[in-house]
Design a protein around this ligand. Structure first.
Ligand code: GDP
Length: 445
């Protein structure tokens, strides 16, 4: 996501930063390139115009050009304008300020990821906010959709409204709210029927459901991969229904990013959440400042740290650190570390979050150096005996052959792992010694 836009913009900015002084013509030229990069990424034309105008006004109308670091200042202005365009600082949470049961209405075209997202939101409200959630499918057109939602609900550990044949969407919605009230649910998620394209009948149906339930949120689900179409869809839904928020799905794919950048300007509604995969936990808050950072190649350190603290087992990490400090580190510890790393997801995904490293992503992909490598290493270690893991020195030719065969790898792979482990142990031993000295200096040891 955002990869090509990010690469192009970093190119423009590197050029700007490299120059000592900037003239108005330099800025105009840089903005021309920014404009092309945005258009290329499917950002809607009026949005691009507005963006470039704002940056130009702020860059030229102020002290920027005469400052000591004009290039940096222009980049900062672009960053600020981009954050505004994406909706301002901070993520906008789902509105739960209403008496229970709080109805949340999910709308969108068929295939946008509406049903999947309904399940994801239910799981998130249940797990993170400890809310009691009821899921209800109003899709009377496709019985399969109702079954799909029931299955997703089961996976999420959330109840779904029993299916009653022959009811209209409004009748189902009323029944869902009745059950919600009677059985003490906090939130009722109403998954409306999608259509292949926008039509009057769809809008009328959703309007009736909305009138009957008065939802706290009308969330539009749109597929980011559809680019300009996503923006047109959002505009149509917003004109007809005044949506309160957007969920952009398939942000894990290689969509060019235009939908994210245009959505707020075109609908006025904030992007609240993004879908980043098919699994139920693949849903993230939308933080405009972090997304801008990623697009501009400045990274998303906060996101990375959050991800790490969510996935890393702190007790295990501390145990490991203590061992390292003593200069003790064996292949079992290394395997434990590999497990933590692979839990954090793909290496290239993580690199994208680091400043300036987004560009390395392609190289990583080319070198096939993604989590598969770590998984292979983990497989090699699990084919070793406990003794071999604790004292890797005993691993000679015949053991290497056995380990390679056991893990479906080659002797070269085993050698590579052992070499890497040796290098790592050398560094860790040094760190350990330093650590002990440091402790002694402070009179703690
Ligand atoms: P609906 O017709 O709008 O209810 O769409 P579905 O919820 O049935 O989703 C259609 C397909 O998109 C399913 O195969 C989902 O697994 C997939 N999908 C939904 N959200 C995402 C996402 O964020 N990323 C990816 N990669 N796939 C998604």
């Amino acid at each position: 996501m955002f990869e090509s836009l990010s690469n192009k913009l970093s190119g423009v900015f590197d050029g700007l930063r490299a120059r000592g002084a900037l003239s108005e013509a330099d800025v105009t030229e840089a903005l021309r390139e920014v404009r092309l990069a945005l258009l290329d990424s499917d950002v809607a034309l009026p949005v691009v115009r507005d963006f470039v105008t704002k940056v130009r006004e702020r860059a030229i109308g102020s002290e920027v050009l005469g400052s000591v670091t004009p290039g940096q200042q222009v980049v900062k202005i672009v960053n600020d304008v981009m954050i505004e365009q994406l909706g301002g600082e901070g993520a906008v949470p789902i509105n739960l300020n209403a008496p229970a049961p709080i109805p949340i209405l999910m709308v969108g075209l068929q295939g946008s990821g509406k049903t999947t997202t309904s399940g994801k939101i239910a799981l998130r409200l249940k797990d993170r906010l400890r809310r009691r959630v009821l899921l209800a499918s109003l899709d009377t057109q496709r019985p399969a959709a109702q079954l799909q939602l029931a299955q997703l609900a089961e996976q999420a550990g959330v109840p779904s409204l029993p299916i009653v044949a022959g009811q209209t969407p409004v009748q189902i919605a009323n029944r869902a709210m009745d059950v919600g009230r009677r059985e003490g649910f906090d939130v009722v998620i109403l998954d409306t029927a999608g259509r292949l394209s926008i039509n009057q009948e769809l809008m009328d149906e959703v309007r009736q459901v909305r009138a009957a339930t008065n939802p706290a949120e009308t969330l539009l689900v749109v597929d980011a991969m559809t680019g300009q179409d996503a923006v047109n869809t959002a505009k149509a839904f917003n004109d007809a229904l005044q949506i309160t928020g957007v969920v952009l799905t398939r942000m894990d794919g290689d969509a060019r990013g235009g939908a994210a950048l245009s959505m707020r300007a075109v609908t006025g509604a904030p992007i609240k959440l993004v879908g980043v995969g098919e699994k139920q936990d693949a849903l993230e808050d939308f933080h405009p400042e972090r997304v801008a950072g990623r697009i501009l190649g400045m990274g998303d350190i906060v996101g990375l740290v959050e991800k790490a603290s969510e996935t890393i087992d702190h007790a295990e990490a501390e145990k490991l650190a203590a061992k390292m400090l003593k200069g003790k580190f064996d292949l079992e510890d290394y395997a434990a570390q590999l497990r933590q790393i692979t839990k954090m997801g793909s290496l290239s995904g993580m690199l994208e979050m680091l400043p300036g490293l987004g560009k390395m992503k392609q190289q990583i992909n080319d070198a096939n150096l993604d989590t598969t490598m770590f998984k292979r290493q983990a497989a090699i270690i699990s084919s070793m005996t406990i003794k071999e893991r604790r004292t890797p020195d005993i691993i000679k030719a015949s053991r290497k052959k056995r380990i390679a065969a056991g893990s479906g790898t080659t002797v070269q792979d085993v050698n590579r792992l052992l070499k890497q482990f040796d290098d790592m142990s050398a560094v860790i031993k040094k760190m350990g010694k330093l650590g002990q000295k440091g402790l002694m200096r402070h009179g703690l040891s």
